[in-house]
Design a protein around this ligand. Structure first.
Ligand SMILES: [Zn+2]
Length: 264
């Protein structure tokens, strides 16, 4: 199915080779840099966004150094060179490396990159979204008016982050199951700059998206798949074939919201 407008996938983790591809079934999918484009374009997805979240080889969270972070970010920039308009890169920061992270924010700003994340702390050996060190880096992120995309952690630290940083545009990932989704909606009440991307678990629950839109409007929800862990076709279907949504709501979620937030 093709929509009347181009779809933007806000949440992906592109890869440059097999060693940076985090799909656990990759040997069955004929995946490489050019087949990625085909996979998305067949679904009407014209642009993908997000971070490279694996640096190749055997990155263990406890061994994640600044060099590993920088390598993932450089791979994202290399993919941008290959993909051009098809890819809007996201980059990593790391609270164990405050000075380096701030310099990285500045470097990315100069290159026109305005998306931080998706950050995936459990993969990179850190855990707290509300630490003093993380906030210090966020000062730079906020200064350059970047968008922060975070993997949702259910330990209260996202609540604290959202309360403390109401001027920062935060897009949390994964609607999750009922309890988790209600936590997302509560945070939407706390900050007008809190959004939810629809990747990962949750969108297959009947009525979930309608529930969120009825309470907070379609502007707060953004299409994302979490490719190559998840199959983007399921997520396009979950919005484009969702009989509880109007065409106007679908266009906002699949296209306009990401376009507006990332100034595309
Ligand atoms: Zn992800």
């Amino acid at each position: 199915m093709k929509t009347q407008f181009p779809i933007i996938d806000f949440h992906t983790h592109p890869y440059i080779d097999e060693s940076t591809n985090i799909c656990v079934h990759k040997e069955y999918c004929n995946m490489d840099v050019s087949s990625t484009v085909e996979t998305f374009k067949k679904l009407g997805i014209e642009k993908i966004c997000g971070s490279v979240t694996f640096n190749g080889g055997a990155l263990k969270p406890e061994n994640c150094t600044w060099d590993s972070v920088r390598k993932m970010n450089d791979t994202a920039l290399k993919l941008k060179e290959i993909y051009g308009d098809f890819y809007h890169p996201g980059f990593h920061i790391h609270p164990a490396y405050v000075k380096e992270s701030i310099l990285e924010v500045e470097r990315m700003h100069k290159l026109g990159v305005n998306l931080v994340g998706e950050l995936v702390p459990y993969m990179h050996g850190w855990a707290d979204y509300s630490s003093k060190e993380f906030y210090e880096i966020l000062d730079a992120v906020e200064h350059y008016d970047m968008v922060l995309n975070i993997h949702t952690i259910y330990d209260g630290s996202v609540d604290k982050l959202v309360k403390d940083r109401k001027n920062l545009t935060i897009v949390a990932a994964h609607p999750s199951e009922y309890e988790g989704f209600m936590e997302h909606l509560n945070r939407m009440k706390i900050s007008e700059n809190y959004y939810l991307d629809l990747s990962g678990t949750g969108i297959f629950r009947m009525g979930l998206l309608r529930h969120g839109i009825d309470e907070f409007g379609a502007d707060r929800f953004i299409f994302g798949s979490d490719y190559p862990i998840c199959n983007p076709a399921c997520y396009v279907g979950g919005v484009a074939y969702n009989t509880t949504l109007t065409d106007e709501e679908k266009e906002k979620i699949l296209y306009l919201n990401a376009k507006r937030l990332l100034r595309l």
